[in-house]
Ligand binder design. Structure first.
Ligand code: PMP
Length: 395
């Protein structure tokens, strides 16, 4: 019966992170592996009150089927926040509410990508996108990123004449590396997108979680007609709601709506009403500030511990926000081998491999700091340092 599966499933692995989550359920294991927002900041009581108000206001109506684009009041709030926070005008009619931004990635795949189509993607890149778009049997064209952003020369070379339809990027506090593209870098990427006629998909679930530095400009500033924005309430409210959105030019929205209808008719209208009420009755800025203060403290604790306990030849990124930092081991050292030793020391992280489209045995690793307090960070880094001792020949 094995051969009943569709060709599109071939070679698409299970998410490595979901697998690691199993290991980290053991309470004696310190996990730098997850990508989870800290549940201490889920606004439980506020959401409970919002739910009660929604039932009082709407009664049974809130449990009925609804429209595919999403709740208009919620879309208007998203639109208003784009203007207030980023100074960009995205009308509510160009916003479609999705089941997390993850669904936005899938819908884009459905409306844009044929078998064999080329997709430009930052490297390392978000593994959920690599997995999602792999189902459309695309050919990835990876473009390396460094502390400043995308490698412009490679992007020029790889995209020219490639026929690529889209570039996928997380330009602010990137998952997995934590880096942010500079404005100059974004401007150059946008110019290449214009010249070579591909869409820039800016996935921005972490942008509001800035704990230092100055905000960078959305690609929408440079390329309004060719930018698709993915957004999410997962990191600023709660991921269990599965509420995100896709903001796109009208000609793309038309097709996205068809794909959304076909996928699930609409995102839970009940959840949307609760979230909308929560946003109206509470100050999201205050809430986000609490989260970013904690993440900033945890990130600094991790950076300090790494300096204290790790060999000097390991380098790290210096995120100004988000939930991750990225370490680079000495050339030739395989982070998957380090992972196996780290598990023995009861600490886990994500080895670099799943963030690459076509590379294995990479010498990079992702460390998550959103769910660990400074003391736990210190202990976890010490455990990792013990695991590193087994690789003395590289240091
Ligand atoms: N994009 C990126 C870059 C992510 O890191 C994540 C979640 N970890 C997602 C999209 C998906 O988020 P959600 O579906 O919860 O909005």
């Amino acid at each position: 019966m094995e051969n009943i599966f569709a060709g599109r499933m071939q070679g698409v692995p299970r998410s490595f992170i979901r697998e690691i989550l199993q290991v980290s359920l053991d309470p004696t294991v310190i996990s730098f592996a997850g990508g989870l927002p800290n549940p201490a900041f889920f606004p439980v009581r506020e959401l409970q009150r919002a739910t009660e108000r929604v039932f009082e206001k709407h009664g049974a109506g809130v449990l009925q089927y609804s429209n595919s684009e999403g709740d208009i009041a919620l879309r208007e709030q998203i639109s208003a926040r784009y203007l207030a926070k980023q100074g960009i005008v995205i009308p509510a009619k160009n916003i479609i509410v999705t089941n997390g931004s993850q669904q936005g990635i899938d819908l884009l795949g459905k409306v844009l990508l044929n078998d064999g189509d080329r997709v430009l993607i930052e490297e390392p890149g978000y593994l959920g996108t690599i997995q999602s778009l792999s189902l459309f049997k695309v050919q990835f064209l990876p473009v390396p990123v460094s502390d400043e952003g995308m490698d412009i020369l490679t992007l020029e070379k790889v995209s020219y004449g490639s026929g690529a339809k889209m570039l996928y990027t997380v330009p602010t506090f990137q998952n997995p590396s934590g880096i942010t593209y500079s404005n100059e870098n974004r401007e150059k990427v946008a110019a290449i997108a214009k010249l070579n006629k591909f869409i820039v998909v800016e996935d921005d679930p972490y942008g509001e979680l800035r704990f230092s530095g100055q905000p960078a400009k959305s690609f929408f500033h440079y390329l309004p007609d060719q930018t698709v924005l993915l957004g999410s309430f997962s990191k600023v409210v709660a991921p269990g709601f599965r509420l995100g959105w896709i903001a796109a030019p009208a000609w793309i929205c038309e097709k996205l709506i068809i794909a959304k209808q076909a996928a699930d008719l609409h995102t839970s209208s009940f959840s949307q009403k609760i979230l909308n009420d929560f946003l109206q009755e509470n100050d999201l800025d205050d809430h986000v500030e609490k989260i970013t203060d904690a993440y900033g403290t945890q990130c600094r604790a991790m950076q300090d511990a790494l300096v204290r306990h790790f060999p000097k030849s390991i380098s790290y990124t210096h995120p100004e926000g988000g939930m991750f930092l990225w370490g680079r081991l000495p050339e030739g050292m395989d982070s998957m081998e380090l992972f196996k030793e780290a598990v023995k020391e009861n600490v886990v992280f994500v080895p670099g491999d799943p963030f690459y489209t076509n590379r294995t045995n990479t010498s990079a690793l992702r460390l998550n700091f959103s769910c660990v307090d400074p003391e736990t960070v210190e202990e976890g880094v010490k455990r990792m340092a013990r695991a590193l001792e087994k690789f003395g020949k590289y240091f």
